[in-house]
Design a protein around this ligand. Sequence first.
Ligand code: IPM
Ligand code: MN
Length: 363
Amino acid sequence: MKKMVAILAGDGIGPEIMEASRPLLAVVARGQGHDIICQEGRVGFAAYDVHGDVMPEETWELCCRSDAILFGAVGLPQRDNELTPDMRPERRALLPLRRKFGLAVNIRPVRVFPGLEKLSPLKERVLAGGVNLTFFRELTGGDYFGEKYLDRAGEWAEDVCRYTREQIEAIARAAFRMARETGEPVTSIDKANVLGATGTYWRSVVQALHDVEFPEVKLEHVYVDAFNLYLMTQPTRFRIVLCSNAHGDILSDGAAGLAGSMGLLASASINPESGYAMYEPAGGSAPDIAGLGIANPVAMVLSIAMFFRHSLRDNVAANAIEWATTIALQKYRTKDIATEDSARIVNTKEMVQAIMDCITFSP
Ligand code: IPM
Ligand code: MN
């Protein structure tokens, strides 16, 4: 398959994890007979320093010419005060990218890798049986994108949280489809006991879609506050987690925390109609270790695996990368995920190389 990919490495550790991971992308693509054409663009402070804008016109044009975006990271907290809130990368690049390309389906898998249980702040008995969560977060609706009102006198503020049937069905359908493929249960998150409009409505739309299109999938509804507790007390009980934009934002960071590192959290944001997609490590720009060559590339590598799975529909490549990562992590780790055992501490490039060395394709 032929695909145009916009490479937006961005700020902080973005450029180094991207550069280290590109050989893996190239090798797997070649091995599987895909024709991937990569073109680089600037975003974040890397763009601001050249164009005076964190998301310049030429980067928009590159994205429009592409089928997918591989994204590194944006944002440098120590430089945030150079920009007004509206001109910062979150509001000027990330959210507009999601809106423009209709990236409504955000998939964030959270796993506790074998051998890395010690990274988790949770006790081993709570993790026994394995943590394997996949968040399906709605990414283009809710209070993130609703109307915003600020009283001029400074006495009140309002972010409207609106969800349409179509939006809820789109994310729910994506979650149910995966559930049908894997046989895993779906847990839908809401606050239906209090939020009579968006909470109760969310629950009824999810249930109705389930009953009509996916009756064979096991579905459970859980209140968001209770789910947050269960993430800490019984994280192995859940598999596919379906949630709104704001709930998914909060819960997926919490889940990454229970896995022990943001450096392992990959993500895919997909337009379910056009197939346009953006892949990015969800761990942020980590400016404190940028430029040292020690950043953890695993989230970037796993995001590339998701690119193969969702943009190229190549599960063989995706599974091979994910499996190789699991194996490599037993022997090699970057400094941020070092634990007291015999695993060797390696730098960013060596970690990617270790993963590449473990890749085998099943025929
Ligand atoms: C995320 C981030 C973003 C979000 C910010 C940076 C806009 O936290 O992808 O989870 O809130 O969605
Ligand atoms: Mn977030």
